[in-house]
Design a protein around this ligand. Structure first.
Ligand SMILES: C/C(=C\C(=O)SCCNC(=O)CCNC(=O)[C@H](O)C(C)(C)COP(=O)(O)OP(=O)(O)OC[C@H]1O[C@@H](n2cnc3c(N)ncnc32)[C@H](O)[C@@H]1OP(=O)(O)O)CC(=O)O
Length: 263
């Protein structure tokens, strides 16, 4: 399988490294990347050679979230298109979350919006001490939507609410305290820490690893089809608002958004 926006490398231990490869856009989740990440998740799920998956970002950032150029197109689109596009994004997070193999995120630089979704679907998230994280959607007139069930499942509603609402950017230590990150290490130690984190999964029975992940997931917050469908509608609704039009336009035009009252 060949990809345009991601790279896949499987080493001889069966560790698959999925690299988000749009460094010039801080690895924002473009339309093509959404499909490619969905496809790679499906492919890795059935690949019997693969025993663990690393999610990493090329360049300065892990992932700057949903591509705001793509989102701008949804603001301009009709309802049916918005629903279809929101569903594609939701399908990507679900496909990654459903992977019955250990998924380990390597977080550095910026992880915002959908980038936090990628952290939340991971089983383990290791971060550089210099990483910055944020559910920045409300800064853009948006809401955390398709990512929200995974984030709430990971950190609980109590931790999620202020992060969802405030759009606050936090450092890696605060993100670890909130439960988003498993471990924080100096940037220069990150690759070594990844190796140490993955090693135990390669020593144990792969089928049991998958079944224990599925069991743990089934005991946590239920992320049913109905929950996912509701988040798809929320995202499509949000793209229809004047706030989304203003927030996304302001980002792309490199200016401050204008929020005085709900518009
Ligand atoms: C998934 C759901 C929602 C979302 O994810 S909404 C998106 C949330 N993401 C953000 O808020 C991040 C926006 N980006 C930034 O804040 C900054 O770009 C940065 C990541 C902090 C980097 O800043 P820096 O000053 O170093 O670099 P530039 O801003 O000049 O960026 C370089 C280049 O990259 C483009 N870019 C960055 N992020 C995005 C993006 N998310 N989408 C599209 N493009 C992005 C930026 O525009 C620059 O491009 P140029 O062409 O070079 O101008 C919803 C759900 O949950 O369902």
């Amino acid at each position: 399988m060949t990809f345009e926006t991601i790279r896949l490398f499987v080493d001889d231990r069966g560790v698959a490294r999925v690299t988000l490869a749009r460094p010039e856009k801080h690895n924002a989740l473009s339309s093509i990347m959404i499909d490619e990440l969905t496809d790679v998740a499906m492919e890795l799920g059935v690949d019997t050679v693969v025993r663990a998956v690393e999610l990493v970002g090329e360049g300065e950032s892990f992932c700057a979230g949903g591509d705001l150029g793509w989102m701008k197109a949804q603001v301009e689109a009709d309802r049916a298109t918005r629903m279809a596009e929101a569903r594609r994004l939701a399908r990507m997070f679900k496909a990654l979350n459903d992977l019955e193999k250990p998924v380990i995120a390597r977080v550095h630089g910026n992880a915002f919006g959908g980038g936090i979704g990628l952290i939340a679907i991971a089983d383990v998230a290791l971060a550089a001490d210099t990483a910055k994280l944020g559910l920045t959607e409300t800064r853009l007139g948006l809401i955390p939507a398709t990512i929200s069930p995974y984030v709430v499942a990971r950190i609980g509603e109590g931790q999620a609410r202020p992060l969802f609402m405030s759009g606050r950017i936090i450092d890696a230590q605060a993100a670890q305290a909130a439960g988003l990150l498993t471990r924080v290490v100096p940037m220069e130690m990150l690759d070594k820490a990844m190796e140490a984190e993955i090693a135990p999964y390669l020593q144990v029975a792969p089928g049991a690893v998958g079944r224990s992940k599925a069991l743990a997931r089934s005991l946590g917050m239920p992320i049913t089809d109905a929950v996912i469908e509701a988040t798809i509608e929320r995202l499509a609704d949000t793209w229809e608002t004047a706030e989304a039009r203003e927030g996304i336009s302001a980002f792309l035009e490199k200016r401050e958004p204008w929020w005085r009252k709900p518009i």
